[in-house]
Write a protein that binds this ligand. Sequence first.
Ligand code: PEP
Ligand code: MG
Length: 829
Amino acid sequence: MISLVVVSHSRPLARAAAALAAEMSSAEGPAVEVAAGLDEDTTGTDALAISEAVTRADAASGGEGVLVLLDLGSAVLSGEMALEMLEPEVAERVRLSAAPLVEGLIAAVVAAGTGADLDACAAEAVRGLDAKRTHLGEPGAADQTPGDAQGEAADDPCEWGCIEVSVTGEHGLHARPAARLVTTAGAVSPGTRVRVRNQTTGTGPVDALSLSGVATLGAQQGHVLRVEATGEQAEQILAQIADLARTAFGDEPGPAEPMADVETPAPAVSEEPGVAGSGLEAAMGPAVLDQTVPEPRDLETGSPAEERGRLGEAVDEAFDRLRELAGHARRHLGQGQAEVFDAHATLLRDPELSADADRRIGEGRPAALAWQDAVDAVADRFERLPDAYLQERAQDVRSIGERVMRLLLGVTEPESLGEGILVVDELDPALAISLDAAEIQGVVTRRGGGLGHGVLIARARGVPVLTGVGDRADVTAGTMIAFDVRSGRLEIDPPAEVQAAFGDMLDRRHRERERALADAHLPALTRDGARVAVKANVSSVATARLGAGLGAQGSGLVRTEAVFAQWHRAPTVEQQVEVYTAMAEAFAPHPVTVRTWDVGGDKPLDFIPVAEEANPFLGVRGIRAFRDDPGLLLDQLEALCRVARTHRINVLFPMVTSVDDVDWSRARLQEAARRIGLSAPPHQLGVGIMVEVPAVAVRLTRLARGLDFVSIGTNDLSQYTLAAERGNPAVSRWSDALDPALLQLVRYICDRAPQGVVVSVCGELASDPDVAGLLVGLGVRELSASPSAVPTVKARLRTVSLRELQDLAAGAVAARDAAAVRELLLTAP
Ligand code: PEP
Ligand code: MG
């Protein structure tokens, strides 16, 4: 990160300005040195003190550069003298800024905090007065966008229209929504200019046509953006951007398909409904190394015009190829994956990126090096962002960088990579989509996490990927590699016996998966004839259809708070009827169990605000959120009653604790039925409660009286039983749902459930084929798993007898701890 030096006649003034700037900077800001006054009280400037401050700042910047902000008169002269006193190589990295001291300093500190380089920070500092001048409508109000910083003349005085919009998407303004904003802003006549700033963090403004600029505003969910436009189409473009923002910048689907599945996908589970993963989640084979782009060396440099021409051609060719890939992805993987390539194409045409490369070419750099440096600078900015998801977008920048570099250096992409395990630093989306799954059995990445677009695409195609293994993957081509995503195990050059064991495991998983898919629609009967219903947990109409296609016998849990998670206004009764009917039709003739809004804890809903609490998991959650104002619950129950007149629907109440909760919930259902002119809920509407609070398990006999079913939510039941928050890695060792205490509770619930009340499990445990059998051994006869797990859970149950499962369960409840239970599962039949 660059550093700054404040030069002023007054030390208190310089210190106060530096303190103010530090307050404005959101993230960890840059080092700011002060060289001001002759002493605490005497005004004046001292060239030696300035040169010493610059030397310190230079050391703190790690060679990234120093920007010097000065007040006036002799401060400027002293600054120039100080430069002459510095070592020449240090002086080269120092820029004196003509920007106004306070505004310039604040703008530069904020820009430096986002990782902007020296040029960008200097440009931001000079634009420091823009906001104030625009606001005051002064003639010549600064309307320089980052594009202007590259030397473009300022516009004539003009009016900037402005709107403020909220960022509502889960991942903020990440690459795809940012690309949609850039595309929308780009659809204007050349006379219209649009810029964006992040009001929440004070970053920007950036040119709305610059994807790198927009994405590195670091806009996260909840941030407010100020969008300004000037020119003939300003009003129109602001209206379009406001519309776009209302759909979470295109991340919020329409009501017919409320939301993509939000269940945590198992590693090899398809991200796209309808595309089933291989399910093996493991692979073995010789290492295949991707052909890396060689370091550009000894490049002949043509004139700047020639170099610009070469770069322009390479960018155009890369752009065409990305559009082709987007088309291919749209046809084979769906819109979501296609947008990755659209975003790459937009990034390729990013005006800031090309202006930076252009400037470097102007300084005499060959096209390849200029491009490489410009790409590195943008990637670097992404990597410094605080949000993990946005950090991983640096992969996208490097990916397009490499694509153009190949073209500039004449390195062709190989026709075929060979057969085996592909080992790469990061998985490029283009490579991921063109991988021949018959040849590449799996991918191991050194860097990057599981959220990279390339990784998501590969997984969507069923290719197992083990990510972020570091230098353990520094292997030569042909080295034997074996890995298992489920356990995270990676074997490099394993001995013959380990290879044999891995081979057996792969064969077993392969056979299991094949058989499971072939028999997905058969019932799950144990060898001795015990029947288990295996249903699917769903969070959208698409996953309902996927689950039904994979043999799920209905849905044991529709997480309605997930279905409508991205809605800002509550869905109407009619909209809900549409969604629940579509789900019921997907599973017909099997029933669908719809859980009422489980808001609170870690599940916020914009349209059901819950007060901030010190312990939200122990606070107003689930049914508790409606005790004072049942309005939206009544709407939901009305929708369910309407659908239940013609379809098989069950209603499930979450976070029930007391008998009173059950009575109150049932009374609301009765009230909802009356709203549609019925004296009671339709008779085929089953009613049940979640068992996720230990007290419910303890008094189940009483609570479950008169209900049709109870559904054990092992995710919450374990966090409440073991007093260890789900999802908190610091306490994960205490929150293992396989803890024998939890298994005992499950057995207790099965034993105590009144006659005729079905006991189901819909927590994550039910999606693990090994554990599913254990649950059956404990007495459970209905499981609801993630859709892709349904065929394997059913298949596993068919291979065992109830007797064996009961023995396994007896051993598990008596085991010392969760680790011992896992050991038992390994040796179980
Ligand atoms: C559970 O708690 O196990 C459950 C299924 O509900 P959720 O994970 O949605 O809280
Ligand atoms: Mg729960």
